[in-house]
Design a protein. Structure first.
Length: 370
């Protein structure tokens, strides 16, 4: 019996790893989320009823929902940082604009793929001048994004537009393949923000399959988070949650912050966010989540951030439903190459699942008492 349990856990882990790798590899940036939406729904439809709106927000309602009970909304977002074609230069290179918060020194020499008018993916690179032709000043400075360009191998504007079928409005995606290393337990790839949060929502649904819960559960995969939390405002209006858990990938600080100040690190469990520039959680709900994590031996950290923002702000603003953020730590967010830990992913799933199983109307009411 023990052998069968161990075998099943190994199989489940392998399936989760493959899912997260597929999620990471998917092409999905703000406003162009359809590829990942299709992939996410292929997993979620096994345990939920699916609806997709015109903004490409996905609503995955637990199949056992009754429709006459309080609602817990889970949120993750489908978009990642990317670019969009602004214009084609006379020499055939592409002038582009960023989608989401890029730091300019992470962009030069980046491998990308451009989705052309026919839906084909054209490989390209953010062009850089060889050092042989650089002045001393150019060698020591990173150009501004407005001065950068993407090369797809074309030699003229006409060739890029007519032959490559790339013109204004074509989306541009980071082209990096996800890897998982069993020995370290780490993923290495792109777009972990927020594909791992979306993966956690799939796992929560799987954990609760066939279970009776005190509340209805609706998971919302929101679009356009990177350009202003736009999808989450829409999902909150539709779902009208009584409680919300945001499953967000969050930037780790353990490689550049002193130990006493580091609040988000790999293999330390999820981060429960006490503040960012857009959000303060319901404090009683936050403490309840911490106490429940302690009770279930789930590791976690707490953080106060003076930068950043996430969907929890939009959902909380919409109707005041008590909201917390369960963050999966990611090193080097908003760059093409990230690290994240399988153990942190699992701990985030465990905490979200524990909250849904434990929450009652009485406990929800206690979050609102003064």
């Amino acid at each position: 019996m023990l052998f069968l349990i161990v075998k099943e856990k190994i199989k489940q882990k392998e399936q989760e790893i493959q899912m997260l790798k597929k999620f990471s590899d998917a092409n999905s940036t703000s406003g162009f989320e359809e590829e990942f939406v299709k992939l996410f729904t292929s997993y979620a439809e096994k345990t939920a009823n699916i609806e997709v709106d015109g903004m490409l927000n996905v609503y995955a309602s637990k199949k056992e929902n009754k429709g006459d009970r309080p609602v817990i909304q889970l949120d993750a977002h489908s978009d990642a940082v990317g670019f969009i074609t602004q214009a084609v230069r006379p020499n055939g290179l592409i002038k582009f604009a960023p989608l989401g918060g890029w730091v300019k020194y992470n962009i030069p020499a980046l491998k990308v793929k451009v989705r052309n008018r026919d839906g084909e993916y054209i490989p390209g690179v953010v062009a850089t001048k060889p050092p042989h032709f650089m002045t001393a000043a150019e060698r020591n400075n990173v150009p501004d994004v407005v001065d950068m360009a993407i090369d797809v191998g074309s030699s003229s504007r006409e060739e890029t537009i007519k032959d490559y079928k790339i013109d204004t409005g074509c989306p541009i995606f980071v082209d990096v393949k996800c890897e998982y290393h069993e020995k370290s337990g780490l993923f290495f790839g792109k777009d972990f923000d927020d594909r791992f949060g979306a993966g956690a929502m799939i796992d929560v649904l799987d954990n609760l399959k066939g279970e009776e819960t005190n509340f209805d559960v609706v998971e919302a995969l929101s679009s356009q988070e990177k350009v202003g939390l736009r999808g989450a405002y829409v999902t909150a209006r539709k779902v009208k949650p009584d409680l919300c858990l945001v499953l967000e990938s969050c930037p780790a600080d353990d490689t550049f912050t002193p130990d006493w100040l580091s609040q988000t690190g790999l293999k330390r469990g999820p981060m429960l966010r006490d503040m960012d520039t857009t959000f303060l959680p319901n404090p009683k709900f936050q403490q309840y989540a911490c106490d429940l994590a302690d009770k279930n031996n789930i590791p976690y950290t707490r953080s106060v951030r003076t930068g950043g923002g996430q969907d929890g702000a939009a959902i909380y603003y919409e109707n005041g439903a008590p909201t917390i953020v369960i963050g999966i730590p990611v090193r080097y967010e908003h760059s093409p190459y990230c690290f994240s830990s399988y153990k942190d992913f699992k701990a985030s799933v465990d905490l979200a699942t524990a909250i849904i199983r434990d929450i009652t109307q009485e406990k929800l009411d206690s979050f609102k008492k003064i």
